[in-house]
Design a protein around this ligand. Structure first.
Ligand SMILES: [Zn+2]
Length: 400
């Protein structure tokens, strides 16, 4: 439970780019997209026990990059072996993904995204998530400087009709896993939407998710995912910090429903927004003392990507409400993936590194304007997200 709101300010103790194990020992789990089921439960438990014992006396931080092993031979077990040979990945019970690492670079996302948008309404519409999953499945989820080139080469073959994605991936053991994992991260970000421009609505296809910081407001950030935090209990940093000024308008990244709003001893004034498909939970924390939220926002509110939802501050680290106990003013935002509701709170939470994603989202910043003499800001350009309309229609029909 605490992990959900586990956050801390950058206090200089964390190591950049270090990924830490979770609070009860590193127990990363992967399920390759339901291909493997219950037969390995016993094995999984044994391996986990051994791992837990072993991890009790090894270093806290470790790189979580690695590669797949074990599909050779019987094809029974699926293991994830880290680069330094320590972390072993196992499947567990249940037919859903247990662990995801999101190491896609901003450059790879941008390249795949451009290919997707440019091919929209062409004979072969390239799907950016499929392109990324294809590359991820080839490299075990590692992305580097060559990724863009390789994505472009695959895209060229697909666009020329030389091959299809189905053909390209038919022998790739983990393509389905990466497709499902990356869809969980990026699934709601690209699509059709409308913008109100000079009093008329114009339709577009493209990025409809936004940077969490309003246009024109400065911030600084670095990859601090997994850095250690100590308030309350020792734990890794499960989100991304963006340092800026008190009162900076905080923008809703993806449309969804406000699931949590109020005080939390770790996150201070915080907002939790769930994507309509239920698979993403966006967590925005440390909002401004006295005036944290956009007017009228409450649990159950439906919000559209690009809306102002709150204001940057430094509340948190206190059981008492409305206290500024965080040293550095910043937004903490976290992205949790939920493949099964049992992963929402507890020891099975999956939080992904949002640094590269935040950089990618920089290309879409929502502009906001101050309302008169109030402390309130509102977006200047309205957007209609078909997912919002769909959700609201569904809600109405359920009431009737
Ligand atoms: Zn943070």
């Amino acid at each position: 439970m605490a992990g959900t709101d586990g956050d801390g300010v950058y206090m200089g103790t964390g190591k950049r780019n270090d990924k830490s194990r979770d609070r009860d020992g590193w127990r990363g789990r992967v399920h390759p997209s339901g291909r493997k089921t219950g037969s390995r439960i016993g094995y999984a438990i044994r391996v986990e026990l051994l791992l837990l014992l072993a991890l009790g006396c090894v270093a806290i931080t470790r790189e979580l990059t690695g590669s797949w092993e074990g599909q050779a031979g019987t094809g029974e077990e699926s293991l994830w072996v880290s680069d330094n040979g320590e972390a072993v990945e196992v499947t567990a019970d249940g037919n859903y993904i247990k662990w995801v690492e999101f190491n896609v670079t901003c450059e790879a996302m941008a390249a795949a995204y451009d290919l997707d948008v440019e091919s929209y309404e062409k004979d072969v519409h390239l799907n950016w998530i499929e392109l990324l999953a294809y590359e991820g499945a080839k490299t075990g989820g590692k992305f580097d400087k060559n990724s863009v080139k390789k994505i472009n080469e695959a895209a060229q073959k697909l666009a020329d009709g030389e091959t299809t994605m189905e053909d390209l991936t038919k022998d790739m053991e983990y393509y389905d896993y990466y497709l499902e994992a990356y869809t969980a991260v990026l699934g709601g970000m690209v699509g059709e939407f409308s913008l109100k421009e000079e009093n008329r609505w114009n339709r577009y296809y493209g990025l409809k998710a936004f940077s969490p910081i309003a246009k024109g407001f400065d911030y600084s950030h670095y990859d601090d995912f997994g850095a250690s935090r100590s308030y309350g209990y020792s734990r890794p940093h499960l989100g991304h910090d963006m340092m800026g000024q008190v009162g900076t308008p905080i923008i809703c990244i993806e449309s969804g429903v406000v699931e949590a709003l109020g005080w939390n001893q770790y996150g201070g004034w915080r907002i939790g927004i769930r994507s309509f498909d239920g698979s993403r939970y966006y967590y925005y924390a440390h909002l401004r003392q006295n005036y944290p939220y956009a007017e009228g926002l409450e649990e159950g509110s439906v919000v559209t990507a690009g809306d102002v939802i709150g204001y940057m501050g430094h509340t948190g680290y206190s059981t008492k409400e409305n206290v500024n106990n965080i040293k550095t003013v910043h937004l903490h935002w976290g992205l949790q993936l939920i493949f099964d509701e049992s992963q929402k709170e507890g020891n099975n939470e999956i939080w992904v590194d949002c640094y590269e994603l935040t950089k990618f989202l920089y290309r879409n910043r929502s502009e906001a304007a101050k309302i008169g003499d109030t402390k309130e800001w509102r977006r200047t350009r309205e957007m209609a997200d078909p997912e919002v309309e769909k959700h609201c229609k569904k809600d109405t029909s359920m009431i009737q």
